[in-house]
Structure formats: structure tokens, C-alpha cells
Design a binder for this molecule. Structure first.
Ligand SMILES: Cc1cc2nc3c(=O)[nH]c(=O)nc-3n(C[C@H](O)[C@H](O)[C@H](O)COP(=O)(O)OP(=O)(O)OC[C@H]3O[C@@H](n4cnc5c(N)ncnc54)[C@H](O)[C@@H]3O)c2cc1C
Length: 448
């Protein structure tokens, strides 16, 4: 990693680089873009505002504990992604795990996805879910494009009331009928009627993998941050603690905090899209107004180091019920070595509208609720806690999103700016996607 020096860029550029490429952000997508560009003979300058690379794929080390920036498990769909890991020297660092995920309902944890696991739920809930599903299936009605109506038409009222509505309301802090279905694609498993009935009778085969996250990879030791750290080692021109604060689209330069201007022919932006609009100029007022319709939630992640063994063997548990302050609780020790012997870690996720903070006392409320549901032995067993904020965390798929994102993407593209990654493209995507977003944008830049 290089040190930021005021004259370095001017000197290097005079030394005859053909194309000046600047990348904002050293998360997975920015680092992957830089790495793939370098492989194609193009050296990009990567500016990262934080003092370490990785973005959302980071791990904090504290007193022998490794805390990820919320639960981060690697789901690989593509064979080529394994090649990428090998090229990064991580071929043997990751272990493959079969998902053990649950849903906490009425004091019981039933396996995820609920659609095929109602046999473990109280009879009344099971009846609601099954009856609702069969009625919806018999009606076969179309939805009106909202997530709420999509859930009702695909899964019926019982599944909607007991899981989909409260869970997604909690996660997105938004009414399910104000969300679109753009994001559901591979993320929401859609079993058929036989599978749902089997699930209600406890007949669904345990061995059958369901959903995009049925298997995942996680580093044997040290947390998910090893992925970004390996990528960062492949990037020769990475400038940490170097936020880009402004962007001149006419003259094509970015401005750093010390006022230094760095020219570009091509800019790859991986920072959140609303932030890019704010720091760029000139941007037509109408587009700035349109960008105000982009909405997101922030995730506040309370990481706990706890004495003794984890109380649960699941990797993570979804918590849709309203009286619990968190929407998901993870047990990272169940998939990696992230704590000293005799201790475990618990990762608690709370969602609030972007830019806001959880209510006063939320950490204490989480501890009390964890104890109440039996996920924590006792608050006094917590030896260390650490809070991380990811903002934005989940993009809200409102009706305005597709048009607004397309307008902004086209506008920036006309000014030599490529949007790349989960928050620049304002979408829902995984770490694997971020790695490929970087590779794809690198190809576009080289071929342009
Ligand atoms: C709660 C949560 C859980 C998740 N769980 C999973 C999971 O289990 N599995 C999975 O595959 N994916 C998961 N993801 C998704 C995954 O984190 C992302 O897809 C991926 O990390 C996106 O990488 P990125 O490079 O696009 O963005 P980022 O990681 O955000 O990188 C952007 C970088 O830009 C920097 N930056 C911003 N502004 C500036 C500026 N002005 N100047 C310079 N630098 C700037 C930021 O500091 C950051 O480092 C999860 C995401 C969240 C929010």
C-alpha cells in the first residue's frame, strides 16, 4: 500500500500512463476493479476514506476476538469464483459449511426457510401457514408488483402474517406494500405445494439444499476480512485515509481532503450513489431532486464476546417478532475460529432508517432480549462488546428506484464515471457479486 504524497500523482501521470483511472473506495468491488485493471496493464489509483481497506467486508480485531462488520458469509454461485479465491492465495483458507439457520417464533426455533419447516411450529401457526398457502395456490392470483401482494399471492396470509411481513418490516423499516419485488429473485425460496405440505408434516428431506445460501464459505480463522486483505495486497496504488470530497465532472478530477486535485479519464465510483450525487458537480437540479428518492436502512451491529460455549448451534437466527429489538442474531463461532478458547461471539443486528440511530438504551434492550430468549447465558458473561454501524446497509426497493438509478447511471456514464458495487449501483447483492462487479467494470474500462 502506498503513502499519499502531494506530488506523486502529477509525477506518475507525466511518466506516461495512457489512461488515468481513479477508483473511489477500497471495498471488494473497488479492489477487484483495481486488481483486474492491473492484470490488463492499467494501473488505477484507489482512494479509500477509512484507514483500512475492505468496506463492509472487514473484521475488527479486539483482545483476541474477531468481529465482522455484521454476519458476512461467502456464497459462491460461479465456478470461476473459486479460481478467483485461488488466485488470491485463499484456496485453502475457507471452509465450506452447510447452512444451519433458524427462525425464532413463539419461543421456538424452526429451521430456515420457514416455507418447508412449519412442522416445528406451534399447531395454530402451522395451520395458518398451510391453509393460507393452499388458498393462495388455489386462487393463483397475480400480484400488483408490490412485495406485500407478491407474498400474499405466492405464500398466502399465514406465512405473510407470521414471518414475511414482520421480518421485512423490521429489516427494511418499510411497509411491505411500499416495497417492490425486484430484489426477491434468488433470495426468497419458492417451494411448490408438495414441498410445503411435506414441510408441515416433517417430511421435507433434510439433505435437500434450498435457497442461494444453502452452503457458504467462511475463513477457518480470523474473520471475513481476510478476503479484502488479500485483494488489497494485489493493489499497488491504494491510498488509505484518503476520502474523495468533491468531483468535477466537467474537468474530470476528484478532490481530496487536502485540496489536491487528481485528474481522471475514467472514474469508477463504489461509494453510495446518494453520496456521489452530493459531491459531484455540475449535476442538474432535477437529477439531484430525483436522487432524494433513494432510500436505505442502516444496520447497527452489536458484537459480543461471551464466556463459555454458544447457546445455539445455528449459524444465524432470524427474529421477526416485534417485541425483540433485533432482526437477526449470528453465532460466528459456529463457523470459524473468531474467539479464544473458552469464549464465543454473538452478532446482533438492528435496523433503522439510514442516517438515524437506534433508540436510547438499545444495547441493554438487546442484551435483555437475548437472555430472555436463551441466546445468551447471562449479561454478566459478556466480557466485551463492540458496535459497528453500516450505513447504508440495505437499499429500499421503492417504486422510484429503477428509474432514478437508471437516470443517474446514464448521466454519470456520459461524464466518464462508472458506478460499481452494491451501494453505487444501489442494489441488493453479495460479496461474490462485488468481486464480479469489479471484474466487469474493469473489462468495460479497458474495452471502452
Ligand atoms: C448487514 C449486511 C450483511 C451482509 N451479509 C452478507 C453476506 O453474508 N454474504 C455476502 O456475500 N454479502 C453480504 N453483504 C453484502 C456485502 O457486504 C456487499 O455486497 C459488498 O461488501 C459490497 O462491496 P462494495 O465494494 O460494493 O461496497 P463497500 O464495501 O461499501 O465499499 C465501498 C468503499 O468505499 C469507501 N468510500 C465511501 N465513500 C468514499 C469517499 N468519499 N472516498 C473514498 N472512499 C469512500 C467506503 O469506506 C468503502 O470502503 C451484507 C451486507 C450488509 C449490509
Amino acid at each position: 500500500m502506498a503513502c499519499l504524497g502531494p506530488l506523486a500523482f502529477a509525477f506518475e501521470l507525466r511518466a506516461g500512463e495512457v489512461m488515468r483511472v481513479v477508483i473511489i473506495g477500497a471495498g471488494l468491488s473497488g479492489l477487484s476493479a483495481a486488481w483486474h485493471l492491473e492484470q490488463a496493464g492499467v494501473e488505477a489509483l484507489v482512494f479509500e476514506k477509512e484507514k483500512e481497506p475492505g468496506g463492509a467486508c472487514r473484521t475488527i480485531q479486539r483482545e483476541g476476538f474477531a468481529f465482522d462488520y455484521t454476519g458476512h458469509l461467502l456464497h459462491l454461485r460461479l465456478g470461476e469464483s473459486h479460481d478467483m479465491l485461488r488466485q488470491l492465495g485463499l484456496g485453502t483458507s475457507f471452509r465450506r459449511h452447510k447452512r444451519r439457520a433458524g427462525i425464532l417464533l413463539s419461543g421456538r426455533v424452526t429451521p430456515y426457510p420457514i416455507q418447508i419447516h412449519t412442522a416445528h411450529l406451534p399447531r395454530e401457526i402451522r395451520r395458518d401457514c398451510l391453509l393460507g398457502f393452499v388458498r393462495a395456490w388455489a386462487r393463483g392470483q397475480e400480484d400488483d408488483g408490490s412485495f406485500g401482494s407478491w407474498v400474499l399471492s405466492r405464500f398466502g396470509e399465514g406465512f405473510a402474517r407470521h414471518f414475511f411481513f414482520p421480518y421485512n418490516r423490521k429489516l427494511f423499516c418499510t411497509d411491505p406494500f411500499a416495497l417492490t419485488t425486484e430484489w426477491v429473485g434468488r433470495y426468497v425460496p419458492r417451494p411448490d405445494v408438495e414441498e410445503v405440505v411435506d414441510g408441515a408434516l416433517g417430511l421435507f428431506p433434510k439433505s435437500r439444499a434450498v435457497g442461494y445460501n444453502a452452503w457458504f464459505y467462511y475463513p477457518r480463522r480470523g474473520g471475513i476480512g481476510v478476503l479484502a486483505a488479500s485483494l488489497a495486497r494485489k493493489t499497488s496504488r491504494l491510498f488509505l485515509h484518503s476520502p474523495v470530497v468533491a468531483l468535477d465532472l466537467g474537468q474530470r478530477y476528484v478532490v481530496l481532503t487536502n485540496g489536491e486535485r487528481v485528474s481522471f479519464d475514467v472514474l469508477i465510483a463504489t461509494c453510495p450513489l446518494p453520496q456521489l450525487v452530493t459531491m459531484a458537480g455540475p449535476v442538474p437540479e432535477a437529477l439531484r431532486d430525483e436522487a432524494k428518492r433513494l432510500a436505505a436502512v442502516a444496520v447497527w451491529n452489536l458484537n459480543l464476546a461471551v464466556r463459555g460455549k454458544a447457546r445455539r448451534r445455528e449459524h444465524w437466527i432470524y427474529c421477526p417478532e416485534e417485541d425483540l429489538p433485533f432482526y437477526r442474531v449470528g453465532f460466528p463461532c459456529n463457523h470459524g475460529v473468531v474467539a479464544p478458547a473458552g469464549f464465543h461471539t454473538v452478532s446482533v443486528e438492528v435496523s433503522v432508517p439510514s442516517g438515524s440511530t437506534p433508540p436510547a438504551g438499545w444495547e441493554e434492550a438487546c442484551l435483555a432480549a437475548l437472555e430472555r430468549v436463551g441466546f445468551l447465558p447471562a449479561s454478566r458473561d459478556v466480557v466485551l462488546s463492540h458496535v459497528v454501524r453500516v450505513d447504508p446497509a440495505y437499499v429500499i426497493f421503492n417504486r422510484e428506484r429503477p428509474q432514478t438509478v437508471a437516470a443517474l447511471r446514464d448521466f454519470f456514464r456520459r461524464h466518464g464515471v462508472f458506478l460499481c458495487g452494491r451501494w453505487a449501483e444501489w442494489k441488493y447483492s453479495t460479496m461474490e457479486d462485488a468481486l464480479w462487479d469489479g471484474a466487469t467494470v474493469a473489462r468495460k474500462v479497458v474495452q471502452r
